[in-house]
Design a protein around this ligand. Sequence first.
Ligand code: NAD
Length: 288
Amino acid sequence: MKIAFIGLGNMGGGMAANLAKAGHDVRAFDLAAPALTAARDAGCTTFDTAKEACEGVDAVVSMLPNGAIVKGVYENEVIGHAPAGAVLLDCSTIDVATARDVIGAAQGAGYDMVDAPVSGGIAAANGGTLTFMVGGTDAAFKRAEPILSAMGKAVIHAGDAGNGQAAKICNNMLLAVQMIGTAEAFSMADKLGLDPQTFYDISSVSSGQCWSMTSYCPVPGVGPQSPSDNDYHGGFASALMLKDLKLAMEAAGSAGANTPLGKHAQEIYEAFAQDNGALDFSGIIKTL
Ligand code: NAD
C-alpha cells in the first residue's frame, strides 16, 4: 500500500519505520530535517511538503503535536490533495472537538477518516506494540485496522468519530489520579515505618492493587523495572501527562462531566511539570 506519513517525531518516526518494515511504500514528511534523514534510513521516501507526500496514496497517517497543527495540515495539505478514496488516520492526541471537526471536513470531501490515538510510549512506537483506540464509522475502521495493526499490538474500535480521543483522555485522567494515589500511599507507608517492598507485597495482592503499582511502581527497586529505577528518566514525560489532563479537563467542561480528582491531578502535574516536564510522570512521588 502507498501510505503518506506526516509527523516523524519521537512517536511517528518509529511508526513510519514499522509501516515500511511491513512492506508498505511510505511517503514521509516532517518539518524537521533530522526526522527526514532518519525516515530515509528506515526505508521511507521523503518529500518537501505534505501535499507531495499525499500524491497517489491509498492512506494518510499523521502523528502531530496538537489539534491546531492537525487541523491546519488536514485542511491545507491533505484534504483535496490525497486522492479521493484514500483513508485518513490521525494518531495524534488532540481535543475531541477538533478531531470531530477534522473528520467531518474529511467526510464532507468524500474521505473515510478515523481518529486513532495511542497508548504506549516511544519504546512501543519503535517496537510496533502500541494500542490504538479508534473513532469513526464501521467502514472507516475496517479500512484503518490493517494499517494500524502493522504498528501496534491492539486496535480497538471505540465508536464514532472522536471516541478514540475520548477513550484516550479518560484513560489518562484515570492513570494520573491512580499514579498520584499510589505515590501518596507509598510515601505515607514509609512515614508510618512500613518497608516499601513489604507494603508492595501486601497491597499488590489486596484491594489497593492497580497498574501504577504493579506495572509502573513509582518507588525505585520495587516491582518490575520502570522509570523510577532510572531516576525517572524515559517513560511518559510529565509534560505530556499534563497535556492530556488539560485535554481531559477541556472535554469534561464541554460535556458537563464532574471530575474533581481529574482537576486536582491537573493542578498537581501543572506544578510538577514547571521544573520537571521531561521527567516521567511517576516522578510525582518526589513531591510527596
Ligand atoms: P514530537 O514533538 O517528537 O513529534 C512531532 C513531530 O511533528 C515533530 O517531528 C515535528 O517536526 C512534526 N511537525 C510539527 N508540525 C508539523 C507540520 N505542520 N507538518 C509536518 N510535521 C510537523 O512529538 P511525539 O512525542 O512524537 O508526539 C506526537 C503525538 O503523539 C502527540 O500528539 C503526543 O501527545 C502523542 N503521544 C506521545 C507519546 C509519547 O510518549 N511521546 C505517547 C502517546 C501519545
